[in-house]
Design a protein around this ligand. Structure first.
Ligand code: ADP
Ligand code: MG
Length: 430
């Protein structure tokens, strides 16, 4: 099992007692491969909702966004018809309401219901019928239609430039020395969102775990030219960057396990803190955005990222310990600004894994907004199961499930970042 909670073997990701997770076999999964796919799964075509939650799909093993029946809230279990062929069932708590089906000895008498929406003169039976059925239709249909509309907006099939491009390359370092706060997820999804909307984007995977490379489905096994070669052997970026399949305008410099040694090897290299800055500076104007996905530490790799960037984007998880250690990060950023990179600015804070059911998330949001003011993006990323499933298919949530709340939120965050970059360009006068 990885630090971030993912297992190497997809067969053990299920909850104990889940018969699907124990018995389903994935012959297409190869250890060490960039992703696994269940039989018949085509990465280019995200599953329909019915497939995604069906009994043969890994998605069944993750908790849905809605509270399950059987939780303290309780409630009756109803199937939601999201697709005509859907055999899968989501479970939603709904208020207990007697219906003719559920009450065996219900009398045929009209139920005395006062319904203000019923037409004047309608009988009590008609009024009762309207009041029971209408909410079901209202709850089902508009969200699906909206989901489809959002999906089209997010995928932007026309390829038009719908997010404003900055005048100069914005190099953004995605940093937080805490692990599992959403650095990689944020890097991958913002990069894909901006690239889908007409920006030229480069992702530099600076974490030896190579999660950003996995998330973008870029090969990063031993022997693949990677960011280590740029840092230690001064290999130009263009020789190591790979185009991301299916996303025009997006490239990734992968990280292989070799990078794990770079932290120590860099110590004796000339200009060890500015190796990455030099590599990126060799391509002025080539990209609109360069996102650097940092490792969860404040070592030489992170220092290289901070020296190469003009902006720091700090993802903050909406959890209790989220703010601990942030002072240390800010101190390091200040040190780098004083001694190595005067242009550096903490321009963007993004709240991630927000769980609207908890008061704690709300409290953390208030704390962060009070402390960082308008550096905090209005868009907040919710805890969303689609976001965490996407990397196992070598995809971002933007392409895996573009109608999901996770995709919508990252799309909104990307839009805000793009608009801010045009209104108040960072480091332009430096
Ligand atoms: P970091 O790069 O900071 O270590 P990751 O981006 O790898 O953090 O995220 C840690 C874990 O949390 C991953 O398994 C990821 O899929 C999951 N995750 C990240 N953001 C979300 C989210 N909004 N909802 C649900 N899971 C998330
Ligand atoms: Mg990471």
């Amino acid at each position: 099992m990885h630090d971030d909670g993912r297992h190497d073997d997809p067969r053990v990701t299920g909850s104990p007692g889940d018969p699907v997770s124990r018995e389903t076999d994935y012959p297409n999964w190869a250890p060490g491969g960039a992703s696994f796919r269940p039989p018949g799964w085509d990465a280019a075509a995200p599953p329909s909702d019915a497939e995604a939650v069906g009994p043969e799909h890994p998605a069944t093993r993750a908790a849905p966004d809605v509270p399950r029946a059987g939780n303290p809230a309780g409630g009756r279990v109803i199937p939601i018809r999201r697709n005509a062929s859907a055999s899968a069932r989501f479970e939603l708590p709904v208020p207990q309401q007697p219906t003719p089906d559920s009450v065996p000895d219900a009398t045929p008498e009209p139920v005395p219901v006062t319904d203000t929406t019923a037409a004047p003169g309608a009988s009590a039976a008609e009024a009762a019928y309207v009041s029971r059925e209408t909410p079901t239709r209202e709850e089902d249909d508009p969200p699906l239609a909206m989901e489809a509309m959002r999906a089209v907006q997010i995928l932007n099939p026309s390829g038009e430039v719908t997010m404003p491009r900055p005048e100069r390359t914005r190099v953004m370092c995605v940093a937080n020395q805490k692990g599992g706060v959403g650095k990689t997820t944020t890097t991958v999804n913002l990069a894909v969102a901006l690239a889908l909307h007409g920006n030229r984007v480069l992702v530099v995977d600076l974490d030896p775990q190579g999660n950003a490379s996995t998330g973008l489905n870029v090969p990063h096994h031993t022997g693949v030219p990677d960011v280590y070669d740029c840092l230690i052997n001064s290999v130009p970026l263009e020789e190591v960057a790979q185009g991301v399949e299916g996303i025009p305008n997006l490239w990734c410099v992968p990280a292989t396990i070799d990078l794990a040694g770079a932290e120590i090897e860099l110590v004796s290299v000339v200009a060890r803190e500015s190796r990455l800055a030099r590599a990126i500076a060799a391509y002025p104007g080539h990209f609109d955005y360069v996102f650097i996905d940092c490792p969860p530490s404040l070592g030489l790799l992170t220092v290289n990222a901070l020296v190469a960037a003009q902006e720091v984007l700090i993802p903050i998880q909406c959890e209790y310990y989220a703010l601990e250690g942030l002072n240390q990060l800010i101190n390091n950023i200040n040190l780098v600004r004083q001694h190595l990179n005067p242009k550096l600015d903490v321009s963007t804070i993004l709240l991630t894994m927000y769980d609207r059911r908890t008061r704690l998330a709300d409290a953390v949001e208030q704390d962060v907004r009070n402390h960082f003011g308008d550096k905090v993006l209005q868009a907040v990323i919710p805890r969303n199961v689609r976001v965490s499933e996407a990397p196992s298919y070598g995809q971002s949530v933007m392409t895996y499930d573009p109608g999901s709340r996770g995709a919508t939120s990252y799309f909104e965050a990307a839009q805000e970042i793009a608009e801010r970059g045009v209104k108040e360009p960072v480091g332009r006068n430096a």
